[in-house]
Design a binder for this molecule. Structure first.
Ligand SMILES: [Zn+2]
Length: 747
């Protein structure tokens, strides 16, 4: 096939299409055509959308090199059929070819023998009308390739190639080398030419994590010609070389992504290349830019370890939604024990796996169920996936989301999360006190869950008035690094009547971390800074100077716990002081514990109101301090502040009842869906979930669109219809119980 190819529908229409400028994201409005290369072609999708845009479930069996010895492809294909998946990812090649490749230095599995495992499995899947996605790995190759093509590989400073840390006979390939622009394309074309593949996926690349620095000849040339010097090995946005390298690096990622996508489309216009992203809320690479080239965003966010919170997967969904909107996002669930340490060949607890998949679908992603090794000795995971996927399939229409109906926006502060160094610059945090840059957002997030708010994440590079207008409030959790333009957009949002809650160093620096003389949003917040950040210090307080809705519920105290860090500020306007700073005093020994300065005029918060626009600014890191301490007053304060900035009108959806839950509300193709995830569990903040603890009745008030008459409310997990009342736009009903997850479908 050349760049111009013939596409047919049902063997009748014939079109000639140039794929040279085709990007998946641009194709969505165009007539979409499927070739008849295989029985799967006509199974899903229509002429408006590529197949993966309507995919609801997928699975992955990750081959190991020895799998050709005894793998039963038909049994595996039958398993995937039993999950009602639309597509299955199987290993094509890259590190190891699972088919008799002719591409030089493409290492055939030493156990391949006369088999063509990829071909057999593709055929078995195709016979069952399932689409095949070729799972590739572009990151490592064998010594044979290293000897023949030394220029393909990453190098250490001393010129030595980089070995895999466990499989030391493999060597790391370099993204800036022809391995990515010649060798991988040759492999993709070979697979595309021989097998009925509908997409390509690369394991482990590009990821959303930190940039890598390599010293191969290709990279040295890039540093000389494009960067202007060798960049630092650690993330350091204060360094001009790092900033330049970040741009050059992102450009290369996007260039390779587009190239590979165009190669996928050489055969079928509705084929696609899928990169490997993820990282939850902790991203360094620009996910907004990645979302612009990605026709399909895969989050390789397979599970949690250690004291990672249970909502880590739902957060991943929100980050991906912030850049993909309603386009396809998948999230991988590892059904094996991907904890620390990891066990690849035994299953994780079923409750944990199920909750991960539930968060995937609640947040609007498509679940991708993953097992490693073709001859498992542990098969307990199989029913876990089958049970959840079959429930999904039976209720599929209700997972086809049209839009989120959240009325609160939370800014996703990617620059701050990627680059932030607090206070007066590098090293200002003391040792173990050094901030996790995501702790601020994590604190706000937990308070939003406790307050049962329904919200969306909005990427800081996506603050257009068209997008923000649907939200009643924009919540900004220490977005210290914001560009002038982003600050202007936030200001405009407030001017047009929107409300803003912001904390700590929000807008103190530009997007790369250059410090401004004052907060760029000083006028909006009504606050000017009077000195550098103070802290981290415990045992400081906020004094309630007068009653305000934001301090309701604190009637028994004049003092609230203070933030560990704060910017000293003065109010720019004569607004009544609601909360003042009581500075730190010693916490030990008890004899010394008394306030040296019990009263100050320094605001611990500023609340402003102009028309419908309400502004709440906390110069302290109350969100991060809440996250670190778990202090309930700080959570309550954040929740009160969110309620106040949202104004007097009722929220779009409210759910009252016991339990810690996370909720999503979507307008769906058939109506609406309210998703309730039950996190009420002793293993909420340390995995794995052992079992679920059902929560009791949840009272729901759900606002529909003005014209929408609701005829039925059904609890999809419980499988029963619920009694409800509709008064004008408000639908009221009670959910009797939520065990793990409930989806209330309003139609
Ligand atoms: Zn290199």
């Amino acid at each position: 096939m050349t760049r111009r190819e013939f596409l047919t529908i049902s063997g009748v229409s014939v079109l000639t299409v140039s794929s040279s400028n085709v990007r998946a994201g641009e194709n969505r409005g165009a007539a979409f055509l499927s070739t008849q290369s295989g029985g799967a072609a006509a199974k899903t999708g229509d002429n408006q959308n590529p197949w993966y845009a309507v995919m609801r479930r997928c699975g992955q069996i990750n081959f190991n090199e020895r799998d050709p010895v005894g793998m039963d492809v038909n049994a595996w294909a039958d398993y995937w059929v039993s999950l009602k998946v639309d597509a299955v990812l199987i290993n094509g090649g890259g590190i190891v070819a699972f088919y008799p490749t002719q591409v030089p230095y493409h290492h055939r599995s030493q156990f391949l023998g006369s088999r063509d495992l990829f071909g057999e499995m593709s055929a078995a899947l195709e016979r069952r009308n399932l689409r095949v996605v070729a799972r590739m790995d572009c990151n490592y190759a064998y010594e044979e390739a290293l000897n023949a093509h030394p220029e393909w590989f990453e190098r250490n400073r001393d010129g030595s190639p980089r070995k895999h840390n466990e499989s030391t006979w493999l060597f790391k390939t370099c993204m800036f080398s022809p391995y990515f622009t010649e060798q991988m394309p040759a492999i993709y074309r070979e697979i595309n030419g021989r097998y009925p593949v509908a997409a390509f996926f690369t394991n482990g690349w590009p990821s959303t994590g930190a940039l890598s620095v390599c010293y191969c000849e290709n990279c040295k040339k890039v540093y000389r010609e494009k960067v202007g010097g060798v960049p630092p090995e650690e993330t350091d946005a204060a360094n001009a070389l790092y900033r330049k390298y970040y741009e050059v690096f992102m450009d290369r990622v996007l260039e390779v992504w587009r190239l590979w996508d165009s190669i996928a489309k050489e055969k079928r216009l509705d084929s696609v290349y899928v990169g490997n992203l993820g990282g939850g809320i902790r991203t360094v690479k620009n996910v907004k830019k990645l979302g612009e080239v990605a026709g399909w965003f895969n989050a390789d966010h397979q599970g949690r370890a250690g004291d990672t919170v249970i909502w880590d997967c739902a957060q991943q969904g929100r980050v991906a939604q912030s850049v993909m909107k309603q386009r396809t996002i998948t999230n991988v669930t590892g059904s094996y024990s991907n904890s620390r340490p990891t066990w690849r060949h035994t299953a994780k607890a079923p409750a944990e796996t199920t909750m991960w998949m539930a968060q995937t679908t609640a947040s609007g992603m498509v679940p991708w169920f993953h097992w490693l090794g073709g001859s498992p000795e542990d098969t307990r995971w199989r029913e876990v996936g089958r049970s959840f996927f079959n429930w999904l399939a039976a209720n599929e229409a209700h997972f086809r989301n049209k839009r989120s109906i959240a009325d609160v926006a939370v800014l996703y502060p990617q620059s701050t999360i990627a680059f932030y160094k607090s206070g007066s610059g590098p090293g200002s945090w003391r040792g173990a006190e050094r901030a996790q840059t995501s702790d601020y957002l994590q604190g706000l997030y937990y308070a939003l869950l406790e307050g049962r708010f329904i919200f969306d994440l909005i990427h800081q590079e996506d603050l257009s008035p068209e997008l923000l207008t649907k939200y009643r409030a924009l919540l900004i959790s220490n977005a210290a690094y914001l560009s002038d333009k982003q600050c202007e957009q936030i200001r405009e949002y407030a001017t047009s009547g929107g409300s803003v809650l912001a904390t700590f160093e929000t807008s103190r620096y530009n997007e790369w971390g250059d410090k401004r003389n004052d907060l760029a949003l000083s006028d909006l917040f009504g606050a000017s800074i009077t000195g550098e950040s103070i802290g981290p210090l415990g045992n400081s307080y906020m004094r309630i100077e007068q009653r305000h809705p934001i301090v309701s519920g604190f009637e028994g105290t004049n003092l609230l716990p203070g933030p560990e860090n704060r910017l000293p500020i003065r109010a720019k306007e004569t607004t009544p002081l609601a909360l003042s700073v009581v500075p730190y005093y010693p916490a030990f020994p008890p004899e010394m514990v008394f306030p040296r300065t019990p009263r100050t005029n320094e605001p611990a918060a500023i609340f402003k109101q102009k028309g419908t626009s309400r502004i709440a600014y906390f110069p302290g890191d109350i969100d991060r301090t809440f996250w670190r301490s778990g202090n309930t007053d700080l959570s309550q304060l954040v929740q009160n502040a969110v309620r106040w900035v949202m104004g007097d009108a009722r929220p779009a959806v409210s759910v009252s009842g016991d339990g810690v839950v996370e909720m999503f509300a979507w307008e769906t193709e058939p109506g609406y869906a309210l998703h309730i995830l039950n996190y009420t569990n002793p293993n909420m903040t340390r995995g794995f979930l052992r079992r679920f603890y059902a929560i009791g009745p949840q009272k729901v008030e759900f606002e529909t669109a003005a014209t929408r008459k609701i005829h039925n409310v059904r609890a999809l997990r419980a499988g029963r219809d619920l009694a409800f009342k509709q008064t004008d736009r408000t639908v009221r009903f009670a959910v009797p119980t939520v065990v793990d997850y409930e989806v209330l479908a309003l139609t």
